[in-house]
Write a protein that binds this ligand. Structure first.
Ligand SMILES: *[C@@H]1O[C@H](CO)[C@@H](O)[C@H](O)[C@H]1NC(C)=O
Ligand SMILES: *[C@@H]1O[C@H](CO)[C@@H](O)[C@H](O)[C@H]1NC(C)=O
Length: 477
């Protein structure tokens, strides 16, 4: 889904930087290896320190899709789409010319983007070609099903709010109940990948990235909302997770339709008993009006929020000035992230919650180099230290595509010590290899920072954030 695209874009850009940093900073092999080994052993120990409550019940919504990955230029070649004279930017795509112009625009900037295609015929024509391309890859997409699979893999009992086809149902793990009716065709997200320095007519990509198009019918209207709400009470979960809302971004709704769907979601959130926890997984929101509604109808009902290094500055900027921020530092420092987290935390503690009795008590930010989790004291979130370690290990496991961590394909990007804030005179925390997760208390909360053993041989990036967030949550309920 949308987050997948932007996350992927972010990760790709990050990797370029990582490769550079890795090259410059790499100490002699043996020392590095020894350091990594200590970090890995300590992270594994920290992860094991906490154990899962017996079969926790987790409800996750909303929506699902299938991601189709292809080489963008090869697809255009087969469709006979030629490079346009001028590139241009639109909110959505109506025909092949707009597709060409918009692709050229983002391709030439090497920027990740995702747009709705308001022309189902064109989308189908493209997909007919995609199905014939030998290198096309198809994967489960959407935040909710990816998170559901991770929760199930960790031993949870899961309720998934989604309508799935038989095909997608088959890739869902055991222990997952899907709420919605079976559908004939899944919404498809077509991911047009391109490498660095490839050329399309006069356009040249400065870096590898991807442009995503979709013509969703089910996801933007949150079609599984009713079935999910209907089963939620009886399922009696200890945690309710909401994600996939970015599918509404830039979708051409009729007047008032989007808001009425979000109000319905709000009603569901209001009805969740206080002893059940709630978590919202952010994503890349580019439409300001939608983000404002998310802040009004969803965020006040959340105990916990999860997001990546791009989404944190976007949330911060919306809360402190009401503006969208599309692109931020792909490898931010710990101090910068913590300062943003503190401000977001403080703002949401004071915010008018429109009658909601919940207050934010957990914030998880996943970045390439480290995991940061903030939890309110006595709020019932358990094992923050182990959760940060598990999130960090999951980041490596996911991107390297293997449950066993191979130190030959890992590196640490954190410096020998980090500053806890950009404010002058802030304390520095040394990075200890045999105690890599640093936790401390401030005001009414605890902060834990875990370094990521960054995978240097990327196998998969899509769904990274979803796996990491769920892995962190599972030890805390
Ligand atoms: C859909 O796209 C095709 C191909 O560009 C175009 O011929 C057709 O006019 C478009 N339909 C609409 C309703 O814009
Ligand atoms: C993350 O989720 C996807 C989809 O459920 C799965 O294919 C992948 O293996 C997961 N990663 C890990 C580390 O389990």
């Amino acid at each position: 889904m949308a987050s997948t695209g932007s996350v992927v874009g972010g990760i790709v850009s990050v990797l370029v930087v990582v490769a550079a940093l890795y090259y410059v900073r790499q100490p002699p092999d043996a020392i590095l290896r020894d350091r990594l080994e200590k970090v890995l052993l300590s992270l594994l120990k920290a992860e094991k320190k906490a154990s899962l409550a017996s079969k926790p019940r987790v409800a996750v919504g909303l929506g699902a899709c299938q991601d189709a990955f292809v080489d963008g230029l090869e697809l255009f070649d087969r469709y006979n789409l030629t490079p346009p004279a001028l590139s241009a930017h639109y909110d959505s795509i109506h025909d092949h010319q707009e597709l060409a112009q918009m692709f050229a625009y983002f391709f030439n900037h090497g920027a990740a983007a995702e747009r709705y295609m308001d022309n189902i015929t064109l989308f189908r024509d493209l997909m007919d070609i995609v199905y014939k391309m030998p290198n096309a890859r198809f994967e489960l997409g959407g935040n909710a099903p990816v998170m559901a699979n991770r929760f199930a893999a960790e031993g949870c009992n899961v309720l998934l709010g989604a309508h799935l086809s038989t095909g997608l149902k088959e890739v869902m793990r055991e222990g997952i109940t899907v709420t919605g009716d079976e559908i004939e065709e899944d919404d498809i997200h077509l991911i047009l990948e391109y490498p660095r320095q490839s050329s399309w007519g006069k356009y040249i990509s400065p870096r590898a990235n991807r442009f995503i198009i979709h013509s969703d019918r089910n996801n933007p209207s949150l079609n599984s909302l009713e079935s999910f709400s209907g089963m939620l009470r009886d399922f009696n979960p200890s945690l309710v997770v909401v994600g996939g809302i970015q599918m509404m971004d830039n979708f051409p709704f009729s007047a008032g339709e989007r808001e009425s769907r979000l109000r319905l979601l709000q009603q569901m959130l209001v009805s969740i008993p206080a002893e059940q926890k709630t978590h919202f997984e952010l994503a890349s929101f580019t439409e300001q009006a939608l983000f404002e509604e998310v802040l009004r109808y969803i965020v006040p009902y959340m105990d916990s929020l999860g997001m990546n290094e791009q989404e944190l500055p976007n949330l911060y900027s919306m809360l402190h000035g009401g503006k969208i921020t599309l692109i931020s530092d792909p490898v931010p420092r710990v101090a910068t992230v913590l300062d943003h987290m503190r401000k977001v935390w403080a703002t949401l503690q004071k915010a008018d919650t429109g009658g909601s009795k919940r207050r934010l008590s957990r914030l998880h930010v996943h970045t390439l180099a480290f995991q940061a989790i903030m939890t309110k004291k006595d709020s019932g979130w358990k094992n923050t230290m182990s959760a940060a370690a598990k999130a960090s290990l999951t980041a490596n496991r996911h991107v390297c595509g293997s449950p066993k961590i191979d130190l030959g394909k890992a590196t640490v990007l954190m410096d020998d010590s980090f500053s806890t804030s950009r404010k002058e005179g802030s304390s520095r925390i040394p990075f200890k290899e045999n105690r890599p997760v640093s936790c401390w208390e401030e005001h009414d909360y605890e902060i834990c920072i875990a370094p990521v053993l960054v995978c240097t041989e990327v196998r998969q990036t899509a769904g990274g954030g979803d796996n990491i967030s769920s892995a962190g949550l599972v030890l805390q309920i």
